[in-house]
Design a protein around this ligand. Sequence first.
Ligand code: CA
Length: 224
Amino acid sequence: MMRVLIVEDEPKVLSFISQALESSGMTVDKVSAVSEVKLITKTLSFDVIVLDRLLHGEDSLEALSEIRRNNPLAKILVLSALSEVDEKVRGLTEGADDYLGKPFHVAELVARIRVLAKRSDSPAKTSQLSYADLLMDLNSQKVMRGNCKIDLTAKEFRLLSLLLRNPGRVYSRSDLLDQVWDLNHFPESNVVEVTVASLRSKVDKGFTPLIQSRRGAGYWLGEP
Ligand code: CA
């Protein structure tokens, strides 16, 4: 049974969504504030979290990394009237798995939740990936470079795990948009460049650079 958490501060929208999901056979929990989602994800694990962007005036994206830490396997779909492209890109850069603008058709929401729940990041055979002195543990989500522990955002983690799985393989920008962000419809966004730059500053700074790129070709993991 798929377990979904809905975080929404408008009672009408909340009951409308939860009825639709329940009648699609999902188990639904409901909260309406940022503090409540932080609390409930500490004790319960969800397959998908439907997160309204503005909750009683608070921007729920600010809580995204904490929700991720509490529920690392949950897929997060951000729901918002702020459906401008810049806002979408920001939501996705900060670790949302999907973003749906209001107003939306509830059938689309149900379909997207199903797709998200099916998507598995890494049914990995091994729980550790490594290259040179870079080590990633997929279960604990710990990343080490030498003796230094590295904190990554969810997208940085996903991007690095993809590169680490296939050292030397060159991934184009659109490969990465597709495989890390499931975004093949935002070719003009700079989300790849921004995330790679941030990843490099965390992983390679002070070490032999391992994240390589060539303009027009793409990105790969390897010695320079
Ligand atoms: Ca709201």
